[in-house]
Ligand binder design. Sequence first.
Ligand code: ADP
Ligand code: MG
Length: 159
Amino acid sequence: PPFPIVLSGTVQRGFGRGGKDLGCPTANLPDESILPMSSVTRTGVYFGYAQISPEKDSKALLQEQDCQVLPMVMSLGWNPFYKNERMTAEIHIMHEFASDFYGHEMKAIVLGYIRAELDYVSREALIEDIETDKRVALKSLARPGYEKFRADPLFDGGH
Ligand code: ADP
Ligand code: MG
């Protein structure tokens, strides 16, 4: 089994489209950080844990509560801009952040697959499905077999 898959990189600016409007901002990882996902390549929605570092340009900018190990859902897809030759990974962290964290280091452990990518007839249908993804992720992560990854040595404060 390919999981857990570890990803890390600096949070990039995307097109700023949709995420915040849908109530679901997604932090983008740079192309080279997604290479570990090559072992699965299956597009769709994944779940796991993520952590944002407090510092950017060696200045501490985020509060402690924003830098815990937090549950996340990740969408993996192909980037049409690069003729679908490159994957994109966008991570929504289930936490209310005090501010944006572009340029901060993000570490993630991908633990499982939730569903394939779907086409949506409406914005409402999409929002509803994202809510379902979050519930599924939280339910799975509550199992002891997954909970332990919250304390993985990859993360700061992990053991
Ligand atoms: P972009 O196209 O630049 O990725 P989004 O609308 O998807 O724009 O917003 C993503 C940005 O929002 C992230 O890079 C991060 O700085 C910020 N953000 C705030 N809260 C969250 C969250 N809970 N999960 C992910 N990103 C968040
Ligand atoms: Mg985004």
